[in-house]
Design a protein around this ligand. Sequence first.
Ligand SMILES: [Zn+2]
Ligand SMILES: [Zn+2]
Length: 102
Amino acid sequence: MHVGAAAAPCPPAAAPGAGAAGSRLDFQCGACGRGYMHKKTLVRHQRLECGKEPSLPCPFCPHRTKYRSSLLTHMTNRHGDLMNMKCAPAPAPPDGSSPGLS
Ligand SMILES: [Zn+2]
Ligand SMILES: [Zn+2]
């Protein structure tokens, strides 16, 4: 009797974990616990962000923030009235005096 060609083996299933390697946050900041995929991103976080005091103070209250956009949002939400008062239009300069040569 003949033993014919063996059936082709099924392709092996993908190894578990092989496809999700990119989403792991291997580098964690020891100070605040944030996770990063790349070491250089973590280093940049630690140098520029982590532990830094918010350096933009609100001119109207003790609130501080790290980002200018956040400060603008805060001021618009909390101090919209004050900002409108500060932005009052300047009075128009007196007009009509024309020291022209006659
Ligand atoms: Zn951190
Ligand atoms: Zn404020």
